[in-house]
Design a protein around this ligand. Structure first.
Ligand code: XMP
Length: 509
């Protein structure tokens, strides 16, 4: 795979956004921590320095050696990056009286510069900094200002080095993407060849080479990532890919059968394993959310291990890991780098000792969908809401019984089908129903009832880290509530969850 752009991360909350904007320009890029600059810089055609929560004046702030980069590669320094270049090259950075956060207007733009091609005077830019560049570094030319920040953009004479105080990666910077394009395409001459089709071609070719005649097992979940990973591997190695789709009995109504059918239609070599009873047994009398998760995780490992043993001479375990799980994050509490901890190798089940293949490890979620679309995967499957691994177990508060699962599956199906019928499904990021561990009094006909309460939850989000409840139409809620109470035996009350995350979470457990 061709590396094109190197993004050095100084710990900014926006670093991943820079990468996504660059990828949207069909340019491949990789994020590396500032203190692990790749030794071989050959493949990188340009470098971007990210922002940071640090002040460049702080003693423990990131101070990497850029001597192999500056002046050798086109360089764009964003926010902290811009201050870093100024601070150590004859300029000065000071604490500002005015901390600038939020929208600002970029003015006195040097319109004749390629860097600002097609970017108008007074365009909105997003600022997020406490310090300010009081004096530009040596040989710098100011390119733009804002009302509060004189040195909002500069370049270094005689080098392809550009620096900006604002964040082009944030959507509020109206021409941010144009600016990245100006730098990467017009100044650094980076090719815009990173397309889903190119990704599929190069990945299939490299999987073929990597795996050869080896056998691969992969656990399908019904979600987007594992499905796209399976289709890529199927293209590369066909029947040597052994997919295992486990029914834990906690999926949505009819989901196991219908998704298994879809997988077979896609030509996958897939085995459906109905282990509902085993999971239900493992969950018996368990009410604590974390213990439920553990019980399900352990049961899954047992089932998967049994199944993987049925395939003789397996060499590889495939996983649908995506880029946000892989990026090493820069710790803001110190210059050290935190890496995700790994399992204790000694006690691992056999399948975990296999070699790992992760075809999606360099993709963001939206890119996984684009690759899936490119390979002809059903758009309905690609647009499916996220669904937690422990499934309905964490939406049944308290202990779990087969009857509670049945009730919740019915309620959830009415809600989700209703969203589809009202064309609201794609406007919602995630939706589901929760079975509460309380009964409430109701009246049906002349009878007093004392039955279950369910909550409906629908949220808007981009990555699940924060979320807002969705303002669903009253008429819709009315119809769904009527259907649920009339059709699902055991439920006599429906409520709608109007909590945002934070402070609430998306799931109730
Ligand atoms: P919370 O409830 O933390 O959920 O706001 C954020 C996102 O993560 C999903 N989620 C899980 N997914 N195993 C998973 O695979 C889990 O244990 C789990 N808990 C929450 C949740 O559905 C939402 O998309």
């Amino acid at each position: 795979m061709q590396n094109n752009v190197l993004i050095l991360d100084f710990g900014s909350q926006y670093t991943q956004l820079i990468a996504r904007r660059v990828r949207e320009l069909n340019i491949y890029c990789e994020i590396h921590p500032y203190n692990k600059i790749p030794e071989n810089l050959e493949p990188f055609k340009a470098v971007i320095l990210s922002g940071s929560p640090f002040s460049v004046r702080a003693e423990d702030a990131p101070h990497p050696d850029l001597s192999q980069i500056r002046g050798h590669k086109p360089l764009l320094a964003v926010c902290y990056g811009a201050q870093y270049l100024a601070h150590f090259n004859g300029g000065s950075v000071e604490a500002s009286d005015i901390r600038e956060f939020g929208r600002a207007k970029l003015s006195m733009i040097k319109a004749e510069e390629d860097f600002f091609k097609d970017i108008p005077e007074n365009t909105n830019v997003w600022m997020s900094h406490g310090d300010t560049i009081a004096k530009l570094p040596e040989n710098a030319v100011r390119l733009a200002s804002t009302t509060d920040v004189l040195n909002a953009a500069y370049r270094i004479e005689g080098e392809e080095t550009y620096a900006i105080q604002f964040h082009p990666e944030v959507y509020h910077s109206t021409h941010g993407k144009q600016l990245l394009e100006n730098f990467l395409v017009n100044i650094a001459n980076v090719e815009q060849s990173w397309t889903p089709a190119a990704f599929v071609d190069t990945t299939v070719a490299s999987l073929k080479e990597q795996i050869g005649d080896g056998k691969v097992v992969l656990g399908l979940s019904g979600g987007v990532d594992s499905t796209v990973a399976a289709i890529l591997l199927n293209k590369a190695i066909g029947k040597n890919l052994y997919c295992i789709f486990v029914n834990n009995g906690l999926l949505r109504k009819n989901e196991f059968e219908s998704v298994l059918h879809q997988y077979k239609d896609m030509g996958l070599n897939v085995k459906g394993v109905d282990a509902s009873e085993r999971f239900l047994k493992a969950l018996k009398d368990e009410s604590d959310p974390e213990r439920k998760r553990k019980a399900i995780g352990n049961a899954f490992i047992e089932v998967f291990d049994d199944e993987a043993h049925q395939v003789s001479d397996v060499d590889w375990l495939a996983q649908g890991t995506i880029y946000p799980d892989v990026i090493e994050s820069v710790s803001v509490n110190g210059p050290s780098v935190t890496i995700k901890s790994h399992h204790n190798v000694g006690g691992l089940p056999d399948f975990m000792k296999l070699k790992i293949v992760e075809p999606l490890r360099m993709l963001f979620k939206d890119e996984v969908r684009r690759v899936g679309k490119e390979m002809g995967i059903d758009p309905e499957l690609l647009g499916r809401h996220p669904f937690p691994g422990p499934g309905l177990a964490i939406r049944i508060l308290g202990d779990i019984t087969a009857e509670k699962v049945r009730i919740l599956q019915e309620v959830d199906a009415i809600f989700i089908n209703g969203l589809r019928k009202w064309e609201l499904y794609d406007k919602v990021w995630q939706a589901g129903a929760i079975l509460l561990p309380v009964n409430s009094v109701g009246v049906m006909g002349d009878e007093r009832t004392y039955e279950k309460v369910v909550a409906l939850r629908a949220v808007e989000s981009t990555d699940g880290m924060t979320a807002d409840w969705v303002n669903l139409p009253y008429e819709f809620l009315q119809e769904v509530s009527n259907h649920i109470i009339n059709r699902v035996k055991g439920v006599n009350r429906v409520v709608y969850d109007i909590s945002s995350k934070p402070p609430a979470t998306i799931e109730w457990e």
